[in-house]
Design a binder for this molecule. Sequence first.
Ligand code: PEP
Ligand code: MG
Length: 761
Amino acid sequence: MNTASPSGPPGGPSGPRILLRRLREVMAGSGAAQERMDQLVTVIAANMVAEVCSIYLLRDGLLELFATEGLNRGAVHQTTLRIGEGLVGQIAQAARPMALSEARTHPNFAARPETGEEDYHSLMGVPVLRGGRVVGVLVLQNRTNRDYSNDEVEAMQTIAMVLAEMVGGALQAEVPGVGTFGSDGLPRRLAGLSLNEGLARGVAVLHEPRIVVEQHVADDIDIEAERLNMALRELRVQVDSMLQAAIAEPGGESRDILETYRMFAHDKGWMARLHEAIRSGLTAEAAVERVQVENRARMSEISDAYLRERLHDLEDLSNRLMRHLTQGVGQMTDRDLPEEAVVVAWNMGPAELLDYDVNRIKALVLEEGSPTSHVAIVARALQIPVIGRLDQLLDAVEGGDDLVVDGDNGQLFVRPGADALEAFSANLDMRQAKAAQYAALRDQPAVTKDGTRIHLNLNAGLLADLPHLDGTGADGIGLYRTELHFMVRATLPTVSMQSEFYGRVLDQAGELPVVFRTLDVGGDKMLPYLARYDDEKNPAMGWRAIRLSLDRPVLLRMQIRALLKAAAGRPLAIMFPMIAEVSEFVAARALLDREIDRQGRMGEPGPSSIKVGTMLEVPSLAFQLGALLPLVDFVSIGSNDLMQFLFASDRGNPRLANRYDELSPSALSLVRDIVQRCDSVGVPVSLCGEAAGRPVDAMALIGLGLRSISMGAASIGAVKMMVRSLDLPALQAFMVDFYDSPDHSLRKVLTKFAEDNGVAI
Ligand code: PEP
Ligand code: MG
């Protein structure tokens, strides 16, 4: 009972509109803001057929009862709750609505006797949001066990938006501190998750300067619908022109992403939801905000990383639409962007990051974000430190704040105090001195003191990585992870798109060699457009990489075809990932040969030479080297996976991160044996896992026989410096007895060797 309003359900076609008008009249009325709020709760309670309607507003960080119909009036301005405390506090914390037919049994229920609320069973509350921040909670309560419908929850959300307008306007002028978190301007330290290493200091730039909707209730819904349509048209034109620019510019990633945007900009479901919000009586801006709030709520429920990324893209598009409606209010132009900016965002898509003048972006900090998010991948390529999962970031930071970003340890200092600044500048001075030393080595060869040449190559995966070839003076690209190009797209790239992309990689590498690794997808690197196998208990050991490619040969053949085409007239090097036995290499090689034949039959020009190799990252392959080595042109040891399979230790599990060491006797023995076997038959061997980028580890790898290693761009300088200070015969002599050691790790003794012998590590 009690769910139907006498004037029709609140969610009915004209119900909300009439209510919104009535609320607007009350809000525009004369008298003190408090009086108007008292009237508001009465109007809302009557319309929503509830015995209780209460408004809690944030005041200096606490939720304070500001007005009520139904509860004891004496509790007004007396009852307060912390964020997270009780159901009201929980609604504020989650910034999401809550509807309970029986509130009193909820574990978070915290009755406040002074309010007299024990008599009420059901409760529905919605956050009051202003510019994306929670400024209060609007609550209904009923004596009965009422089941609030979705329409009613939505109607309340709309009412809450109108209320937010008042909080920002009249009320703020009358009641100091209302609607604020009580930011005291004091230094704060926030802990998050390091998504990309590095240290930076800069001025906070809010990625989405809070666009505060000033008018929620529409005067004329036809005009609002037309304003929305016009803004949508402008948005589509904008996306199209960004796409055109991206096609012309030599940075293919943004283009792929923008194609997804274009799809969204024409999405019928999104447009229908926006128009429906306008029909309920909202202005166009309020409708966009409304749909955005719903969108965020959906996002928090989705665990699928890819779908979440797509919803973030939609969020970005909503922001752009809002800017069209507000005529660019809050739009950050490069002119406004400080020279040293730290971008602060709830989350963002990679295209948004690429929209900035990235030379001015010193760091990126996100309230959300995950290591596999596309923006983190792009930021890594651009060497921008990133921290994600910073709880309450957007509440703690204001635009213009001084920020110190410690990407190595995932900590952010907001308005840093003297201590943090001192530590920062000492650390930065040290890094800058090192960077200058590394830069000076750029044109020096990586040769040990005794004259042994070591090849230092780059690991890359995006076009944005390629300028590092020149910047670091690397010898070539030892590992090009082709899957990243597939992962930042919404659809499977065609052969010609792929070949254009690979062609650009080769163009930019010029004379330097590039080793393309075929698709290593599956496991945690799922592609949305690929049939997935969800039920994997151990995805890293599952249907991924070459296993998937051999089961879906069309995918691999398309990729090979594109690589052959891109390399016409130039040398091509290809390797296959996760080969566990020789027969897999043979099968993959046969697919390649078919494509080479096809190219010949079609009379298309082919590469000037082709080298075909394999990754060695599954231990079983190390036991088949006798059969493998005559068939391959080179071997590249993937130590990241090789170690995880050797030790049965998940490489992504932080609890196991320090459990086993790549510098353990067993790991070093395995790598040494592989290298010796390759050397004995003259097959070039390299190593391209993370270990190659750590100076001590790289020293050990060189000591055991490797002469070619491949690493991230940021590591080349430090590793080259180590190489140039190394006396290799002394190291080899030192390592002779290593392999039979019973120790857990040889890291300590290797570090000591380096220190004693002046090796720069
Ligand atoms: C490896 O496993 O060491 C490797 C280089 O491949 P990825 O890190 O891409 O799995
Ligand atoms: Mg691997």
